[in-house]
Write a protein that binds this ligand. Structure first.
Ligand code: PLP
Length: 406
């Protein structure tokens, strides 16, 4: 693919207020106008480059938005106070009461709960389908369907969406394809593959330091301006606004995203390969055994690898819990939700991040209770980490010492 997201990011150049190499942080909620007429025009949405009020836009948020648009190759992007703030705004912008959404059934627990429970208030119908099955997606589309929604690499089962195929189907039906790309920034470029709107939780890899919550919507100027419309924009009116101070710190962290993603992927690949060799049940899109491996290879930006998440099924919740506690004790990572940190994070999704999904549905989609989701860290010596993790697995009888290869 000739789209080079990291180069686009590298080429962005800012001059701060006093010539600083970082843009100045906007420290104002409201902005002055030299003429009353300009203020009126700005309300009407006619004056580009004029700031009105920071819930609408602020210089710091616009800078971060530009970087995200460069990352995804979209015309522009809006930033929000959280990933859920981005998702809820997009859905409520596109759907009226009585409309319908076709969504992947394996999505982030919060998104699942929003769609399944909260959107009932608006009588918005949801069909949760296996989005790797194009016939199932096509069958679910009705005249009321307003979008196809999926995650490029899904949470927590790491299902890989065939974005080109889904986009074709969406275009045929004249509806947008909305893709949450939180798990695979840089390694997958959904907009380049045909997605109309790309969403991120910046909380994860993009910020990468687990110190704040933020989100983004990447799309066309039309759509993003619509979200900011003072009369009927879901972004503007639902009020999920990112603070300028945070926007500027996320922008600074984004500059090392390419280095981090490569290392996350390299480390995860190493562990996934070795654990699979040891006979463990590993799910990682980089493994040939993964059902989405071929689709991933077809659409990923190779240099960033197959991503920083993998799952390990250790058979039971008891074993999963014991293993996670032991690994934390051995300083191998934290028993914590979320992802994209410099240290490995692990959690059992069935009882945490996906607990919103009813048990029988969890089982149906392959979310077993012995499943541990790992967001692999930036460990400098992953071979050392592997040996230490293996010691934990042997100590808990999940792995027998003789099956361990040297
Ligand atoms: C965390 C996450 C979200 C929600 O983002 P917040 O920043 O926590 O609101 C949405 N989608 C995916 C895939 C996530 O991992």
């Amino acid at each position: 693919m000739d789209f080079k997201a990291a180069d686009n990011l590298q080429d962005l150049q800012y001059f701060g207020e006093y010539g600083g190499v970082n843009p100045s942080i906007s420290d104002s909620s409201t902005y002055t106008f030299l003429s009353a007429k300009t203020m009126f025009d700005t309300f009407e949405g006619n004056t580009e480059g004029c700031y009105l009020y920071s819930r609408h836009s602020s210089p710091s948020n616009l800078y971060l938005g530009e970087a995200l648009a460069a990352l995804e190759g979209t015309e522009t992007a809006n930033v929000t106070a959280s990933g859920m703030g981005a998702i809820s705004a997009v859905i409520l912008q596109l759907c009226n009461a009585g409309d319908h959404i076709v969504s992947s059934r394996t999505i982030y627990g919060g998104t699942y709960a929003l769609m399944k429970n909260f959107l009932k208030k608006f009588n918005i119908g949801i069909s949760f389908v296996d989005t790797t099955n194009m016939d199932a997606v096509a069958m679910a589309i009705t005249p009321k369907t307003k979008m196809i929604y999926c995650e490029s690499v899904s949470n927590p089962l790491l299902e890989v969406a065939d974005i080109k195929a889904l986009s074709k189907l969406a275009k045929k039906n004249n509806i947008p394809l909305v893709v949450d790309n939180t798990f695979s920034p840089l390694s997958i470029s959904p907009a380049k593959l045909g997605a109309d709107i790309v969403i991120h939780s910046l909380t994860k890899f993009i910020n990468g330091t687990s110190d704040c919550v933020a989100g983004a919507v990447c799309g066309t100027k039309d759509f993003c301006l619509g979200l900011k419309d003072v009369n009927n924009g879901a972004g503007m009116l639902l009020g999920s606004t990112l603070d300028s101070l945070r926007a500027s710190s996320i922008l600074k962290n984004m500059r090392t995203l390419h280095i981090r993603m490569k290392k996350h992927s390299e480390n995860t690949m190493y562990l996934a390969k070795n654990f699979e060799n040891d006979g463990l049940r590993v799910v990682y899109p980089g493994l040939q055994s993964h059902v989405g491996h071929e689709v991933m290879k077809k659409q990923y930006n190779m240099e960033y690898g197959f991503g920083g998440l993998m799952t390990l099924d250790v058979g039971s919740l008891e074993k999963a819990n014991a293993l996670m506690e032991l690994m934390q004790k051995k300083h191998l990572g934290y028993l914590a939700v979320s992802l994209g940190f410099y240290k490995t994070l692990f959690s059992a999704p069935g009882t945490s991040t996906s607990s919103e999904i009813p048990l029988e549905e969890q089982l149906e989609m392959g979310l077993t209770n012995g499943l541990i989701r790992f967001s692999i860290g930036l460990d400098d010596h992953i071979d050392r980490t592997y040996m230490a993790m293996k010691d934990c697995l042997i100590q808990l009888d999940i792995l027998r010492p003789e099956s361990a290869k040297v």
